[in-house]
Ligand binder design. Structure first.
Ligand code: NAD
Ligand code: DAU
Length: 355
């Protein structure tokens, strides 16, 4: 038995590969292009586990994907591969269209051909699980109920629009061809191996380096934070028990403003890694120009996945944040390796010297 995990060297994908090797007895073929966001070292904890095979490549490379499907005959494909940073999509949507729309479509097409050639039992058991985001639903008003799976699509930035496009294509492949698809729409994740361009690891990294911690606008935007371990458990539940064609929303039931998140990061760092002179890390918080089209609030209604698959988030935000901060403190080599010259160029370009 094997599964094919795309984007398995990125933040959530690598956490999922390690989780899956721990909980299931199956081979995991990981396909990842190793963009700036993908790091093979994220999978180092698998050691010499012979059930893990890593292949560097693009989900849009049809010949490569067809060859992997033919050779390893996976019972499922789980697609984490994507361009994922909203700010990069605002500065240049091209890569987002190339991977999240066009390459995802080529992946679907290769998978459809493979699936159509399976015997009846394997065809029925096969799953294509597409990992998507709550950003496809757009922004919530402060008092509005959280997004259910029936919330209308209203993507507000190029990243969200590219993910929405892929979701629609996955839906169409189920309805038109009968491909047994599953789609998950998840809220903001945090945890080990998250690239330090995203809010929480950026705040930890800058606070530790004594650099300004950038907060967009007034810092009152709200996100629903989910520990990546909870997300991996949810994806496993959907893979193992989800109904083909269904969509499942996944969230942490843990809404916080960006300012509250960053202040909590600073409080925890003040406790476990105090600054010289007992100054608070919170002094580094710096309000910078807002993100264009910044969505004010996301929040997820998890009723469906709780009722159908018995999953609910288990990690308390403050506990999970503390262990995430400890992971970053314990892994300075990882941080050093990923914050290379290209990383500095992005930070300088995006924050224009304010950070
Ligand atoms: P990430 O940016 O950390 O990792 C993405 C991975 O995909 C990288 O390893 C990269 O090398 C790989 N990749 C990119 N383009 C590729 C291509 N064309 N072919 C093969 N590999 C390619 O992203 P993440 O935060 O781990 O997100 C994973 C998935 O989860 C994405 O689909 C994202 O939209 C979704 N998601 C993320 C979050 C979050 O908070 N991070 C929340 C909800 C949904
Ligand atoms: O909601 C799910 C989405 O969460 C995923 O689909 C995306 O892939 C993932 O990147 C994330 O998107 P966000 O835009 O919410 O995450 P980010 O960490 O970039 O920003 C979180 C919030 O913090 C957001 O309101 C913008 C704000 N922010 C972010 C950065 C990088 C700042 O205030 N300052 C910053 O420097």
């Amino acid at each position: 038995m094997s599964i094919l995990v795309t984007g398995g060297a990125g933040f959530i994908g690598s956490n999922f590969v390690l989780h899956r090797l721990a909980v299931a007895d199956e081979h995991v073929v990981t396909l990842d292009k190793l963009t700036y966001a993908g790091n093979l070292s994220n999978l180092a904890a698998a050691g010499n586990d012979s059930r893990l095979l890593f292949v560097r490549g693009d989900i849009g490379d049809t010949a490569l994907v067809e060859g992997l499907l033919r050779r390893y005959r996976p019972r499922a494909v789980i697609n984490f591969a994507a361009e994922t940073h909203v700010d990069r999509s605002i500065r240049g949507p091209g890569d987002f269209i190339a991977t999240n729309v066009a390459a995802t479509h080529r992946l679907l097409e290769a998978v459809r051909a493979y699936w159509a050639g399976l015997n009846d039992a394997d065809e029925a058991a096969f799953r294509f699980l597409h990992i998507s985001t709550d950003e496809v639903f757009g922004a919530l008003d402060p008092e509005a109920p959280p997004f259910t799976e029936d919330a209308p699509y209203a993507p507000n930035n190029p990243y969200a629009a590219s993910k929405a496009s892929a979701d629609h294509m996955v839906r169409a492949y189920h309805h038109t061809y009968g491909l047994p698809t599953l789609t998950t729409n998840c809220s903001n994740n945090y945890g080990p191996f998250q690239f330090p361009e995203k809010l929480i690891p950026l705040a930890i990294h800058n606070a530790r380096s004594g650099r300004p911690i950038p907060l967009y606008g007034d810092g009152s935007q709200t996100r629903d934070w989910l520990n990546v371990a909870d997300h991996c458990a949810a994806v496993s539940r959907v893979l193992d028990g989800g109904t083909p064609g269904a969509v499942y929303n996944i969230g942490g039931k843990s809404e916080h403003t960006n300012l509250a998140v960053v202040e909590t990061v600073c409080q925890i760092l003040d406790e476990i890694a105090p600054r010289a002179g007992a100054k608070s890390h919170a002094e580094l918080i710096t309000f910078v120009t807002d993100r264009p089209g910044h969505d004010r609030r996301y929040a997820i209604d998890t009723a469906r996945i709780e009722a159908e698959l018995g999953w609910a988030p288990a990690v308390d935000f403050k506990t999970g944040l503390r262990s995430t901060i400890e992971w970053y403190l314990d892994n300075p080599d990882w941080i050093a390796a990923v914050t290379s010259g290209a990383y500095r160029t992005w930070i300088d370009r995006h924050y224009g010297g304010a950070v």
